[in-house]
Design a protein around this ligand. Structure first.
Ligand SMILES: [Zn+2]
Length: 205
């Protein structure tokens, strides 16, 4: 039997499911919430509820959005022919911070990781392929991180896109960001200058 009252044990159990939260942290957070004001606790609960109620994935690029298509895909001022493929929605803000990119995005929601049982079928690749087949996309920039998983994902995508290219009138240019970003690191932590150089120095695959 749990040493906590049932509502407390339940909250700890839910918090423990969050990434990077172990049992100790979950207990600390749960007690913090218990001690916080009713207003704060209600606001937290409401924010979580509204996140799930109002946010969804953009049907074109898989970015997290409250409007579909998202602000990037529906923006006529952005170059809809240039698509930057990223691992996670958070990577978009890293690239946006450079203020040097005016194309659109495609979010994979992960990377290939055979050791963790994550194969191509777990990533959002299908609508990238249909997007390229059915539109006038000119270039796809593979901006996955220069980690083992990120490189493997870029390699796999390049292969898939080459297959798509065979059946296209005007083939899509496939490029990979330069390794201005230290090998093995996540682009989420790249600063603006590094990310700008990585984009500008991209090479065709
Ligand atoms: Zn979108």
């Amino acid at each position: 039997m749990s040493r906590f009252a049932e509502p407390m044990a339940r909250l700890i159990e839910e918090l423990r499911k969050l990434p990077g939260i172990g049992s100790k942290s979950a207990q600390r957070l749960a007690f913090h919430i218990l001690r916080s004001s009713d207003t704060d606790a209600a606001a937290l609960s409401k924010a979580i509820h509204e996140l799930k109620a109002h946010l969804r994935l953009c049907s074109i690029c898989n970015n997290i959005t409250d409007v579909d298509p998202c602000l990037y895909c529906s923006n006529a001022a952005r170059n809809q022919r240039l698509v930057c493929v990223v691992e996670e929605p958070t990577n978009i803000s890293t690239i946006e911070k450079t203020r040097n990119y005016n194309g659109v995005y495609h979010v994979l929601h992960g990377t290939l990781s055979p050791l963790n049982g994550i194969g191509p079928e777990h990533l959002r690749i299908g609508n990238l392929v249909t997007r390229i087949q059915g539109s006038d996309v000119e270039e796809v920039i593979l901006a996955t991180s220069p980690t083992t998983e990120g490189e493997a994902t870029a390699g796999y995508l390049a292969e898939q896109l080459r297959l798509v290219n065979r059946n296209l009138q005007g083939p899509v240019r496939i490029s990979r960001i330069a390794t201005g970003i230290p090998a093995g690191s996540d682009i989420e932590y790249a600063d603006e200058v590094t990310m700008t150089r990585a984009l500008e120095g991209r090479r065709e695959l």
